[in-house]
Write a protein that binds this ligand. Structure first.
Ligand code: HEC
Ligand code: HEC
Ligand code: HEC
Ligand code: HEC
Ligand code: HEC
Ligand code: HEC
Ligand code: HEC
Ligand code: HEC
Ligand code: HEC
Ligand code: HEC
Length: 326
C-alpha cells in the first residue's frame, strides 16, 4: 500500500495528530489516567481481597518499572507484528519521536519493554490487551484518540458503561476490514444485538442488512451527547433529517408531534410489521391515540372505513393547509 492510499482513508493527518501542541494536551490526561489507575489499585488493595471476587480485580500494569527500548528492538523478535502495524493506519505511530517514546511505536500501546526484553520475551512483563480490563484498554487507546470528535464521548457511552471496549470491535494487528474492525460493521453489531437483527428482518424496515444504510448512519457506536448513542445532523437536529430533509420544514402549519415528540412517536426506527414502519397496524388507530375527541365538521364520513391520511395527507406539516390537506 502506498502512503497515498493510506491517507485516502484517514481523516486526521499525521501532522495534526503529532503536532507538539496536541501532544501537550495528551500528556496531561495520560498522567492523570495513571494517577486514577494508581489510585484505583491503591483503593482496591486498601479494601482488601474480601471485597471483590478475583476476576473483578484490575490487571496490574507490569511495565511500570521498565524503560523504553524502541520499536526496532521489538521488531527484532516480532517482525510479523511490526509488518501488520506498518501496513495499517497505525504506521503513523512509528514515524516521529517528537512527542516522546510513550507515544511512539509498539511501546505507545504496550508500555516500556526493557524488562520484557531482558527476560528474553517474558510475557508477564509487557502490557497485554488480552489480560487487561476493558477500562484499562480504553484508557490506552484514548491517550491518542480522545481528541478525535468521533470517539470523544466514549467514556459516557452506554457501550463503555456495559464493559464494551475498543478491542471488542477493533483489532489493531489482525483486522482485514475498513476501520480496523474485527468484522464487517453490520454482522459485528448483530453479533451482540440479536433483538435489533430481528427488527431489521420485519416486513418494513430500513435496508441495513441489504447494505443500503448502516447502523452508524444513525448511531455512533462510540457514544454521543444524545440518548441511545444517536447521532444528530450537523446543526444538532434529529438524525432522521439527514436523509429525510423534506420532513424538516419549517412549515407554516406544523404537526405538533413531529416537532415535539419526534419521528419515533409514529414510526419504529429499525423496522416493523406495519407499512411505513408505523407504530400502529392501522393508521387511523394511530391518529386516534391522540385525536380521540375528533368529531368536528368534515368527519361525517365513516372514519372506520376511510383513512385519515386520505384527506390529511401532508401529515408531517404543510405550508398551505392548517389541517394538512395538501
Ligand atoms: C528477545 C526477543 C523479544 C523482544 C526483543 C521482544 N519480545 Fe515480545 N515476546 C517475545 C516472546 C518469546 C514472547 C512470548 C511469545 C509467546 O509465548 O507466544 C513475547 C510476547 C510478547 C507479547 C504478548 C504478551 C501476551 O500477553 O501474550 C507482547 C504484547 C510483546 N511480546 C510485545 C513486545 C514489545 C512491545 C517489544 C518491544 C518493547 C517486545 N515484545 C520485544 C520475545 C521478544
Ligand atoms: C495501536 C496500539 C498498538 C500498537 C502500536 C501495537 N500493538 Fe501489539 N497489540 C495491540 C492490541 C490491541 C493487541 C491485542 C490483539 C489485537 O487487537 O489485534 C496486541 C497484541 C500484540 C501481541 C500478542 C499477540 C497477538 O497478535 O495478539 C504482540 C506480540 C504484540 N501486540 C506486539 C506488538 C509489537 C511488536 C508492536 C510494534 C511493532 C505492536 N504490538 C504495536 C495494540 C498495539
Ligand atoms: C461497538 C463497536 C465499537 C467500539 C466499542 C469502538 N469502535 Fe471505533 N469504530 C466502530 C465502527 C463501526 C467504526 C466505523 C464507522 C464509524 O466511523 O463510526 C469505527 C471507527 C473508528 C475509527 C475511525 C473512524 C473515525 O470516524 O474516527 C477510530 C479511530 C476508532 N473507531 C477508534 C476507536 C477507539 C479508540 C475505541 C475505544 C475508545 C473504539 N473505536 C471503540 C465501532 C466501534
Ligand atoms: C500513540 C497513539 C495511538 C494509540 C495509543 C492508539 N492509536 Fe489508533 N490511531 C493512531 C493514529 C496516528 C491513527 C491514524 C489516524 C489517521 O491518520 O487518521 C490511528 C487510527 C486508528 C483507527 C482508524 C483506522 C482507519 O482505518 O482509519 C482505529 C480504528 C484505531 N486507531 C484504533 C485504536 C485502538 C483500538 C487503540 C488501542 C488498542 C489505538 N487505536 C491506540 C494513533 C494511536
Ligand atoms: C434509521 C436510523 C437508525 C438505524 C439505521 C439504526 N438505528 Fe438503532 N435506533 C434508532 C433510534 C431512533 C433509536 C431510539 C428508539 C427509541 O428510543 O424509541 C434506536 C435504538 C437502538 C437501540 C436501543 C434499543 C432499542 O431497540 O430501542 C439499539 C441497541 C440499536 N438502536 C441498535 C442498532 C443497530 C445494531 C443498528 C444496525 C444494525 C441500528 N440500531 C440501526 C435509529 C436507528
Ligand atoms: C461486544 C458486544 C457489542 C457489540 C459488538 C456492539 N454492541 Fe451495542 N451494546 C452492547 C451492550 C452490552 C449494550 C448495553 C445493553 C443493551 O442496550 O443491549 C449496547 C447498547 C447499544 C445501544 C443502546 C444505547 C443506549 O444508550 O441505550 C446502541 C444504539 C448500540 N449498542 C449500537 C451498536 C452498534 C451500532 C454496534 C455496531 C457498530 C454495536 N452496538 C455493537 C454490546 C455490543
Ligand atoms: C442514512 C439515511 C437515512 C436515515 C438517517 C433515515 N432514513 Fe428513513 N429511509 C432511508 C431510505 C433510503 C429509505 C427508503 C426505503 C428503502 O428503500 O429502504 C427510508 C425509508 C423510510 C420510511 C418509509 C418506509 C416505508 O416502508 O416506505 C420511513 C417511515 C422512514 N424512513 C423513517 C425514518 C426515521 C423515523 C428516521 C430517523 C430515526 C430515518 N428514517 C432515518 C434512509 C434513511
Ligand atoms: C403523527 C405521526 C407521524 C410522525 C410524528 C411522523 N410521521 Fe412519518 N408518516 C406518518 C404516516 C401516517 C405516514 C404514512 C403516510 C402515507 O402512507 O401516505 C408517514 C410516512 C412517512 C414516510 C414515507 C412516506 C413519505 O412521506 O416519504 C417517511 C419517510 C416518514 N414518514 C418519515 C418521517 C420522519 C423523518 C419523521 C420525523 C421528522 C416522521 N415521519 C414523523 C406519520 C408520522
Ligand atoms: C402523538 C400524538 C399525535 C398523533 C399520533 C397524531 N397527532 Fe395530530 N396533532 C397532535 C397535536 C398535539 C396537535 C396539535 C393540536 C392542537 O393544537 O390542538 C395535532 C394537530 C393535528 C391537526 C391540525 C388541527 C389542529 O387541531 O390543530 C390535524 C388535522 C391532525 N393533527 C391530524 C392527525 C392525523 C390524521 C393523524 C394520524 C396520521 C395524527 N394527527 C396523529 C398530536 C398527534
Ligand atoms: C373525508 C376527509 C376527511 C377524513 C377521512 C378525515 N378528516 Fe379530519 N378533517 C376533515 C375536514 C374537512 C376538517 C375540517 C377542516 C377545517 O376546519 O378547515 C377536518 C379536521 C380535522 C381536525 C381538526 C379539527 C378537530 O376536529 O380537532 C383533526 C384533528 C382531524 N380532522 C383529524 C382526523 C382524524 C384523526 C381522522 C381519521 C380518524 C380524520 N381527521 C379523517 C376531513 C377529513
Amino acid at each position: 500500500m502506498s502512503d497515498c492510499e493510506r491517507d485516502s482513508h484517514s481523516r486526521l493527518d499525521a501532522t495534526t495528530i503529532f503536532h507538539p501542541r496536541e501532544l501537550r494536551k495528551h500528556r496531561r490526561p495520560m498522567g492523570f489516567a495513571w494517577m486514577i489507575l494508581g489510585f484505583g489499585i491503591f483503593t482496591s488493595l486498601a479494601q482488601g481481597a474480601t471485597a471483590k471476587p478475583p476476576d473483578a480485580q484490575n490487571y496490574v500494569d507490569p511495565t511500570s518499572g521498565s524503560q523504553y527500548v524502541g520499536t526496532d528492538t521489538c521488531k527484532s523478535c516480532h517482525e510479523d507484528k511490526f509488518k501488520n502495524i506498518d501496513a495499517s493506519p497505525h504506521y503513523k505511530t512509528n514515524l516521529s519521536k517528537i512527542r516522546g517514546e510513550e507515544v511512539h511505536g509498539c511501546e505507545s500501546c504496550h508500555g516500556p519493554g526493557s524488562a520484557h526484553v531482558e527476560g528474553g520475551g517474558d510475557k508477564t512483563k509487557i502490557f497485554s490487551f488480552k489480560a487487561a480490563k476493558p477500562e484499562q484498554v480504553t484508557k490506552r487507546c484514548m491517550v491518542c484518540h480522545e481528541s478525535n470528535p468521533q470517539q470523544r464521548e466514549f467514556m459516557r457511552s452506554t457501550h463503555n458503561q456495559n464493559g464494551i471496549t475498543c478491542t471488542s470491535c477493533h483489532s489493531v494487528h489482525h483486522s482485514k476490514q475498513e476501520n480496523l474492525l474485527v468484522q464487517q460493521q453490520t454482522p459485528l453489531c448483530f453479533s451482540c444485538h440479536a433483538e435489533q437483527k430481528g427488527d431489521f428482518q420485519k416486513p418494513f424496515h430500513h435496508r441495513v442488512d441489504e447494505g443500503l444504510i448502516q447502523c452508524n448512519d444513525c448511531h455512533n457506536p462510540h457514544g454521543t451527547l444524545q440518548v441511545r448513542q444517536l447521532r444528530s445532523t450537523p446543526d444538532q437536529d434529529v438524525v432522521c433529517f439527514k436523509c429525510h430533509s423534506d420532513k424538516r420544514g419549517p412549515f407554516v402549519f406544523e404537526h405538533e408531534p413531529v416537532k415535539v415528540e419526534g419521528c419515533t412517536s409514529c414510526h419504529f426506527p429499525h423496522g416493523s410489521a406495519n407499512s411505513r414502519m408505523l407504530t400502529s397496524a392501522r393508521t387511523n388507530s394511530l391518529c386516534l391515540q391522540c385525536h380521540a375527541a375528533t368529531s368536528a365538521i368534515g368527519h361525517t364520513q365513516n372514519t372506520r372505513l376511510q383513512q385519515c391520511i386520505d384527506c390529511h395527507s401532508s401529515i408531517h406539516g404543510s405550508n398551505l393547509s392548517a389541517v394538512f390537506f395538501k
